[in-house]
Design a protein around this ligand. Structure first.
Ligand SMILES: NC(=O)c1ccc[n+]([C@@H]2O[C@H](COP(=O)([O-])OP(=O)(O)OC[C@H]3O[C@@H](n4cnc5c(N)ncnc54)[C@H](OP(=O)(O)O)[C@@H]3O)[C@@H](O)[C@H]2O)c1
Length: 316
């Protein structure tokens, strides 16, 4: 085995990690050594890099909460098998996936069917699990309901559109810029956020799945019928929402948080099926691949909303 390895090492919050050479970690009991092939660059990872999350690592640290690769050494997993890795504080309390070789607790590695794109395997928890949890566990979308999804060309949004459509809903997909209108999955009617009115979408909706937050959430709230639900997934466009409580009571719309950290287990079987459907091409998810040297580009595209779909580091 080569003794060379590299890792993106976060030395100061607010600055991007630097690509540094490191020795390959020594195998040890209870741990699996993985040659990483892909690692997600997600908003959570960037919030950690920025020091803007409730749980933060001691520095220096290797970020990356979700990844996939091949087993090099393990007492638990067959050598050579494809696994996805996440959980148990990976990328938060312990070194994560933004490295060529990761020594991780056995329980963080889960076998993945041979032939699956490692980039898609990284998307197990999010976007796949998050989209499923938002549509089914939290919003409980029913057939023939009208569902509005914001950030509908984004990673979670584009899958939420398809999951809601498969549940029998009529789906409206909202995007922030004209260039993304044709990146909304065909299952939805695509609408620009700046042109979002009740008339433009044919009247009130039963459900909103919001991946954007800020002012987009505020305008979407006004489009929901009384007793409707809003599943709040993210806050890319702003972390704050001010609510006039009298209006809130009058509107009678439930604002419901989607927290995948508390819902991961309950959606796992459904997400396994989603990944199989993604691999078979029955669900679609755009993937942007960047080399580790291009982390700055990947981060910029995600932070500005220019990215379309899942953003991953190609570590192969
Ligand atoms: N609650 C949970 O458990 C959970 C789990 C996973 C992810 N999340 C959160 O869900 C959100 C969406 O995740 P994602 O992976 O789908 O992200 P994404 O692919 O980047 O999609 C987010 C969308 O937000 C919109 N946006 C508006 N203003 C933006 C800005 N200033 N910067 C960046 N994007 C902006 C963009 O769409 P337009 O250009 O069309 O507006 C973008 O496509 C993130 O906040 C993430 O942290 C939450």
């Amino acid at each position: 085995m080569s003794s060379e390895s590299n890792a993106l090492v976060l030395e100061r919050f607010g600055e991007l990690p630097r690509l540094l050479e490191r020795p390959v970690p020594d195998a040890r009991p209870g741990h699996t050594l993985v040659r990483m092939l892909a690692a997600q660059v997600g908003h959570l990872d960037l919030n950690i890099v920025d020091g803007r999350f409730g749980i933060l690592p001691d520095l220096p640290a290797v970020p990356g909460t979700n990844g996939a690769g091949r087993v090099l050494a393990s007492d638990t997993h067959p050598v050579g098998s494809l696994v996805r890795i996440s959980g148990k504080g990976l990328g938060l309390r312990r070194d994560g996936c933004w490295r060529s070789h990761a020594l991780v607790p056995d329980a963080t590695a889960v076998p993945v069917p041979e032939g699956m794109d490692p980039a898609l395997a990284c998307g197990f928890a999010t976007p796949a699990g998050t989209a499923w949890a938002a549509v089914h566990s939290v919003a409980a979308v029913r057939p023939r309901e009208r569902v509005l999804v914001t950030g509908a060309a984004g990673a979670v949004g584009s899958l939420a559109v398809q999951v809601a459509a498969h549940a029998g809903a009529e789906v409206i997909g909202v995007v922030g810029r004209p260039a993304k209108l044709d990146r909304v999955p065909a299952a939805a009617k695509a609408v620009l956020a700046g042109e979002l009115t009740a008339e433009a979408i044919g009247g009130p909706v039963d459900v909103v799945v919001d991946t954007v937050g800020g002012p987009v959430l505020k305008s979407a709230l006004g489009l929901v019928r009384p007793r409707g639900r809003v599943a709040l997934v993210g806050y890319t466009a702003g972390r704050e929402l001010t609510v006039d409580l009298a209006d809130f009571l009058l509107a009678d719309v439930s604002l419901l948080p989607v927290n995948l950290m508390t819902r991961g287990r309950e959606v796992a079987a459904d997400v396994e099926r989603m990944l199989a459907e993604l691999t078979a091409g029955e669900l679609e998810l755009a993937v942007e691949r960047h080399r580790p040297e291009q982390l700055a580009d990947a981060a910029r595209r995600l932070r500005t909303g220019a990215a379309v779909g899942l953003v991953v580091l190609d570590l192969s």
